[in-house]
Design a protein around this ligand. Structure first.
Ligand SMILES: *Cc1c(COP(=O)(O)O)cnc(C)c1O
Length: 418
């Protein structure tokens, strides 16, 4: 794009930012730089690039790190990261081969044996396993809270461990899966500040997979790092596994540093596919949210439906509605609902739908339907499932970009089969 002072919206940047066609034969789309290593013009140039890569000297005016090796940098990865950072107004961004690679790298960078880690429950199943089995296996202590807890209660939970001086990171996922329960990011930031000192600023990490990056900007509410499973809305076509971390420069330098040595950065091909996806990210998410609102509203008064959990249908005057209005820019495309009955009725309904694929994952162009109690959340103990309202009659629908009247027709005919 030619230089201008006009401040563009993120979606406008998604086709151009960070890429000059005239460095690549005029190709309108970035080629795939399918190469492991990059040639230096001379030995001296190679030396200069490595000095910057290893921090052996400061960059001269405007000097950028040259291309060295695709585990450190690659044009596809760099263009993608520049574009993704825009959505969260982040200083920098790092893309990984999966959401779990992004999340585990962040947690391993900020937590050491003996440290305390505070997180909001529930989190994604893989994240929960990593926290409760892998981190604790390395000697990290963990304490959790839920969307129902107040700030004072959470501070109390931390202080009861007696390890508050070793609290090194806070992590929340909001809205929660599959019930859409929301955690107040600003309140969580106040907790991070409460436990911060002059020397140590406690980092707040937010998993923004469900609403972001279009309908929720955690950094505007105090988050220091934002993580995504880019497999979901960012990728948006059920054809890539990828993950993203965006955030503040000093923390991102640490995340990228560990990524270099774990070697879990996204490949040129994954990066290229994600650049394709970013061009339609906003229009996809807006359409999915529009469709989801129509479907949720329709299901609300259906005689065979017990309850609908959708962010576009929260009751006025509730704490959840107040958080939503302050924190979110739209309700998104995830609708969860309870059919009347139990597993038998839920399965009959799911199997009777025609348009959605029966599959886990979410955020894709096609609608996906699944049964959390026996699929995504199968391993959660029964008592905890009850507490989290993940009952046998709960169905989760990830709404796609299909025609909403067709989807409503499909829900209606499948409900008739129960
Ligand atoms: C899917 C998901 C993850 C894990 O991402 P992968 O790309 O599958 O590794 C993490 N957090 C949330 C909220 C998810 O939905």
């Amino acid at each position: 794009m030619k230089k201008t002072n006009h401040k563009m919206h993120p979606e406008t940047h998604m086709t151009s930012l960070g890429y000059d066609p005239f460095l690549s034969e005029g190709s309108v789309k970035s080629p795939i730089f399918q190469t492991s290593t990059f040639a230096f013009k001379s030995a001296a140039e190679g030396k200069a690039f490595f000095e910057l890569a290893y921090g052996l000297r400061d960059a001269k005016n405007g000097e950028q790190m040259g291309l060295i090796y695709s585990r450190l940098n690659n044009p596809n990865l760099q263009i993608l990261e520049e574009r993704l950072a825009v959505w969260d107004s982040a200083d920098d961004c790092a893309v990984f081969e999966s959401g779990m690679a992004a999340i585990s790298t962040v947690l391993l960078e900020f937590l050491k044996p003996g440290d305390l880690f505070l997180f909001g429950n529930p989190v994604y199943g893989g994240t929960s396993y990593f926290i409760n089995h892998i981190l604790t296996g390395f000697g990290v202590h963990v304490v959790s809270f839920t969307a129902d807890h107040t700030k004072e209660e959470i501070i109390d939970l931390v202080e009861k461990t007696g390890l508050q001086n070793r609290l090194k990171a806070i992590y929340v996922e909001t809205p929660g899966n599959p019930t859409n329960a929301m955690i107040d990011i600003e309140m969580t930031k106040e907790i991070a500040e409460y436990f911060s000192t002059e020397e140590f600023k406690l980092p707040l990490v937010v998993d923004n997979t469900f609403l972001g990056p279009v309908f929720q900007h955690p950094m505007d509410h105090g988050a220091d790092l934002v993580v995504y499973s880019a497999t979901k809305y960012i990728g948006g076509h059920s054809d890539i596994i990828a993950g993203v971390v965006s955030g503040k420069a000093d923390l991102m330098a640490r995340v990228k540093g560990l990524r270099t040595f774990l070697g879990n950065m996204a490949s040129p091909w994954t990066s290229w596919l994600l650049m394709r996806s970013l061009e339609t990210l906003k229009i996809r998410m807006e359409k999915q949210s529009f469709n989801a609102q129509k479907i949720a509203q329709h299901l609300l008064n259906h005689p065979k439906i017990e309850k609908v959990s959708y962010l576009g249908l929260l009751d006025e005057g509730t704490r959840q509605k107040e958080i939503f209005d302050r924190q979110c820019l739209g309700p998104g495309g995830m609708v969860s609902f309870y059919v009347k009955g139990g597993e038998k009725e839920a399965f009959k309904f799911i199997d009777s739908t025609i348009i959605p694929k029966v599959a886990v994952s979410l955020g894709s162009t096609e609608s996906l339907i699944q049964h959390p109690a026996t699929m995504t959340h199968a391993e959660i103990p029964l008592e905890e499932k009850k507490y989290l309202n993940i009952t046998a009659n709960l169905v989760r629908l990830s709404v796609g970009v299909e025609n909403y009247e067709d989807l409503i027709w499909d829900m209606e005919q499948a409900l008739d089969k129960i």
